[in-house]
Ligand binder design. Structure first.
Ligand code: KIV
Ligand code: NA
Length: 277
């Protein structure tokens, strides 16, 4: 079994082969995602919304991230697992940031961490890389800053904002990140940034002209996810299958048609005789 490495991911950019990334948050989803053949699994802090039911990613803690990363890495034998650093876990001292990033690897067994933000993260990225922690950057729409951005909106629309985004991406690359996620960015801006960077640009809501794509598992398969922004394609509606299955169970239990004969254990003739006299 050949495990995906940062070198493989870099190589894909060089050869123009699209990189596939998908989120997963637990053992079964990670198992299915890996079996489907993705290169990279992201244990995103989106788990706060799609798995824990919060209305933003802000309440997600280090403990939440470690708990879910452990479950994912038990399933992922081949795919490269990246775990998100949650809100405020990398904004204190450098030592705290490196410690938290290290926990995602040492306890969660992730192979890299992702952090949201621009050039202000350069010292943290460099310190992590020096410690042997591969880093993925994340710019454009950064959901941990939703209250500052004033909502989940497309970023980098103006010429000024697009130029600033390129500058931020270059600083993140220079600091040592091995890849960068661009979220909710006009395709033309993403394409320009991807062409100027040596590291792979993985897009979500950032068009087709970058080095890879990432989507949230629950959005892609329609698993109790109401969220369907323009950039999501729903490839399945597993939520409907699950609801139908459970509704059938409820109906059959109420009608006493489940369990049926084939689901039932029986005592021996002897025991039955004695039990019933
Ligand atoms: O948490 C997440 O799922 C993410 C992706 C949207 C890139 O950060
Ligand atoms: Na995230």
């Amino acid at each position: 079994l050949k495990q995906v490495t940062t070198a493989d991911i870099r190589k894909k950019k060089e050869t123009g082969t699209p990189i596939t990334m998908m989120t997963a948050y637990d053992y079964p989803s990670a198992k299915l995602v890996e079996e489907a053949g993705v290169d990279m699994i992201l244990v995103g802090d989106s788990l706060g919304m799609v798995v824990l039911g919060y209305d933003s990613t802000l309440p997600v803690t280090m403990e939440d991230m470690i708990h879910h990363t452990k479950a994912v890495t038990r399933a992922a034998k081949r795919a490269f697992v990246v775990a998100d650093l949650p809100f405020l876990s990398y904004h204190g001292t450098l030592a705290e940031a490196v410690k938290n990033a290290g926990r995602l690897m040492q306890e969660g067994l992730a192979k890299a961490v992702k952090m949201e933000g621009g050039s202000e993260l350069a010292p943290i990225i460099t310190r992590c890389v020096q410690a042997g922690i591969p880093v993925v950057g994340h710019i454009g729409l950064t959901p941990q800053a939703v209250h500052q951005l004033g909502g989940y909106k497309v970023q980098g629309r103006s010429l000024e904002a697009a130029k600033k985004m390129l500058e931020e991406a270059l600083v993140i690359q220079e600091a040592g990140a091995f890849a960068i996620v661009l979220e909710c960015v006009p395709e033309e801006v993403t394409a320009m940034i991807a062409s100027k960077l040596e590291i792979p640009v993985i897009g979500i809501g950032a068009g087709a002209s970058c080095d890879g794509q990432v989507l949230v598992f629950h959005d892609l398969v329609g698993y109790a996810s109401q969220l369907t922004p323009k950039f999501v394609k729903r490839y399945a509606e597993v939520g409907e299958s699950i609801r139908d299955a459970v509704a059938s169970y409820v109906k059959e239990v109420e009608a006493r048609s489940f369990p049926a004969a084939e689901h039932v254990f029986h005592a021996s003739e002897d025991t039955i005789k004695q039990l019933y006299g």
